[in-house]
Design a binder for this molecule. Structure first.
Ligand SMILES: Cc1cc2nc3c(=O)[nH]c(=O)nc-3n(C[C@H](O)[C@H](O)[C@H](O)COP(=O)(O)OP(=O)(O)OC[C@H]3O[C@@H](n4cnc5c(N)ncnc54)[C@H](O)[C@@H]3O)c2cc1C
Length: 360
């Protein structure tokens, strides 16, 4: 198949001050980079990007053997530029293959196929849709679900803008996005499973999960998130119930000889789930037993007190409420001096804040 390619020319007068950040971000998407003179090349498993710097201009060339891959490279490059080149605020307009295309490659309309209560507060939705191959690619295990809300009960779905990024409908027709994890997927059968925490308070995602019925439609975008390396000998994993689907999926994916410790915080014993753990990772449960979600310090405490083996290639992964995630991130980064290739700490929700969707 001939290679697909597209280009954009950007005015980035301050590129020198944030080029390292762009490079460091793109490297976490399974990329390798090489610099030579005023050129920076990235190679991804699904394509390539080249930056050529000339004065205050940067010429970006994106390539891939296929459409999904090219859209992914464009999206990663455009997102990195949006995040780090805020002061330069460049116009991004791609020419070449797929330019002018408005169908968003990372979007699928999904239908609720079935609903199962896993525990009193965790509900599993099987969502059926077409052409789900990309959700098994790119290493990301998370998605953005696009919900109808009280204000917008019948939203319009997003399209792709000329910058390669998502173009949203106006507010009165916009769906509400929330981040969730693909717990299981079967590309050939055409479904994914998503486990929803049913939590108190006014919300969009949890409220939808409380009320939805088979046949209801929901938008799916992704995959999103940095790939977690699956080749380490030892892991320290920690999550509250929002990170439980991701932690369980990782444990079920890691090779059997993998060692380590995993700690999961849940409301009480009734929230325990069976995880098909074939590894040598030991799983411990922390029951809040009446302590409010996001206020129990014990999960973060376990991450801080666990000793990492000095003689094995290791990785630390943590996902929970913001306060715990900040504590663990600071400890791993600042006290232990571990880098991005050794840890991933993510805030999955923030007490008192609606729609918190960051990754760390
Ligand atoms: C990468 C990623 C993956 C995620 N995967 C999952 C997943 O697989 N399953 C899942 O259930 N969640 C997951 N989350 C967390 C989920 O996105 C948040 O909990 C989100 O806030 C839920 O949206 P909502 O509309 O229900 O609540 P919002 O409208 O965002 O919030 C309403 C109120 O509820 C509070 N709140 C939000 N979440 C909780 C909670 N868990 N417990 C108590 N109070 C809460 C908020 O602080 C706010 O006060 C993930 C988050 C990220 C970033």
């Amino acid at each position: 198949m001939p290679e697909l390619a597209c280009q954009t020319e950007l005015k980035l007068p301050r590129i020198e001050s944030y080029l390292d950040q762009i490079e460091s971000r793109l490297l976490t998407f399974d990329a390798t980079a090489s610099r030579g003179g005023s050129r920076l090349d990235f190679s991804f498993p699904f394509g390539a990007a080249r930056f050529d710097m000339e004065g205050d201009r940067v010429f970006v060339d994106a390539r891939s053997p296929d459409r999904e891959g090219l859209a992914r490279v464009k999206d990663l490059v455009a997102t990195a530029i949006r995040v780090y080149a805020k002061e330069d605020a460049p116009d991004i307009a791609w020419r070449g293959d797929l330019a002018g295309e408005t169908q968003l490659p990372q979007f699928r309309a999904m239908r609720v196929a079935s609903i199962v209560d896993m525990t009193p507060r965790m509900r599993r939705f099987r969502l059926a849709g077409e052409d789900l191959g990309r959700f098994a690619r790119f290493g990301g295990m998370h998605v953005r679900l696009l919900f109808p809300s009280r204000e917008v009960p019948a939203p319009e779905w997003p399209t792709m803008g000329p910058d390669g990024l998502v173009a949203w409908p106006p507010a009165e027709r916009k769906p509400t996005p929330r981040a969730y994890t693909v717990r299981h997927l079967d590309v050939s059968a055409g479904w994914i499973d998503v486990d929803f925490v049913i939590h108190p308070g006014d919300s969009v995602g949890s409220r939808w999960a409380d009320m939805a019925a088979p046949g209801d439609m929901i938008g799916l975008m992704g995959p999103v998130g940095r790939p977690v390396p699956l080749d380490r000998q030892w892991y320290l994993l920690g999550a509250d119930e929002t990170g439980l689907p991701a932690l369980a999926r990782m444990i079920e994916t890691l090779p059997p000889e993998t060692e380590g410790e995993a700690w999961i915080e849940i409301a009480d014993r009734a929230e325990r789930q069976t995880i098909a753990n074939r590894t040598a990772i030991r799983i411990g449960w922390i029951h809040r037993n009446g302590i409010g979600p996001g206020t129990d310090p014990r999960l973060a405490g376990k991450m801080l007190s666990t000793r990492w083996p000095g003689d094995r290639r290791s990785f630390g992964w943590f996902a929970a409420e913001a306060t715990a995630a900040d504590t663990v991130r600071r400890h791993w980064r600042e006290v232990k001096g571990l880098g991005r290739d050794e840890t991933l700490t993510a805030t999955y929700w923030r007490r008192g804040t609606t729609g918190f969707m960051a990754g760390g």
